[in-house]
Design a protein around this ligand. Structure first.
Ligand code: ZN
Length: 206
């Protein structure tokens, strides 16, 4: 792409670093911003800057939060004996939308993936294991997508907790293999949490 302006080229380049945004789309977005009032761009830039500067991760569940302890963890009506293990905030949002789950979450920040160079130490697994060993958590519900990486991660955590008195279960696989949680409809996802099965059973099925 030949640009008549270095300023335009830089803006397009930065925009095209986002996932799913090619150079053409980036150019369209930048030209769109140029047509809008200047403060529209300022608000966008400021929102992104504030997000990066001020975002916090809940010290208990590692979910993205504006405060040290997120709204879910600090809610006295949530069942603290139950923890649902998910990959990221999108899964928390999807499960919250079902209104079927009243326990807490633990956000791993990804899945174990040797192909992508993600090991257990890159995730919040150690913090989860430590939390479970404190003894207040009675049930751990694995709700990672049923991909090979998801299964590997579940199994790794399960092995780390060998001998620890905690019930482990996995959401019912009404969700087709490989589907991401965020794309499951609310009714299906809600049901799969209610109809969860002991984790051991899911191992035998494979
Ligand atoms: Zn939290």
């Amino acid at each position: 792409m030949d640009f008549s302006s270095k300023l335009l080229e830089n803006a397009v380049y930065e925009m095209s670093q986002l996932p799913g945004i090619g150079k053409r789309t980036a150019l369209r977005l930048v030209l769109h911003l140029l047509k809008q009032p200047e403060d529209q761009t300022s608000r966008l830039a400021l929102a992104l800057e504030n997000l990066r500067k001020e975002i916090k991760f809940c010290e208990n569940c590692h979910n993205i939060s504006d405060v040290a302890l997120c709204e879910i963890c600090s809610n006295p009506r949530r069942d603290k004996s139950m923890v649902c293990v998910v990959e990221d905030i999108r899964d928390v949002m999807a499960i919250e939308n079902t209104s079927q789950y009243k326990g807490l979450y633990h956000v791993l920040g990804g899945k174990i993936s040797p192909m992508e160079g993600v090991g257990p130490q890159d995730l919040t697994i150690a913090s989860l294991v430590k939390k479970v060993k404190l003894g207040e958590i009675k049930e751990l519900i694995f709700a990672l997508s049923s991909t090979m990486e998801g299964d590997t991660t579940n199994f790794y955590i399960y092995k780390q907790l060998e001998g620890v008195p905690v019930k482990t279960s996995t959401i019912a696989r009404g969700i087709a293999v490989g589907d991401e949680l965020e794309y499951a409809d609310e009714v299906t996802l809600g049901r799969s949490i209610l109809n969860r099965i002991p984790f051991e059973n899911s191992l035998k099925a494979n």
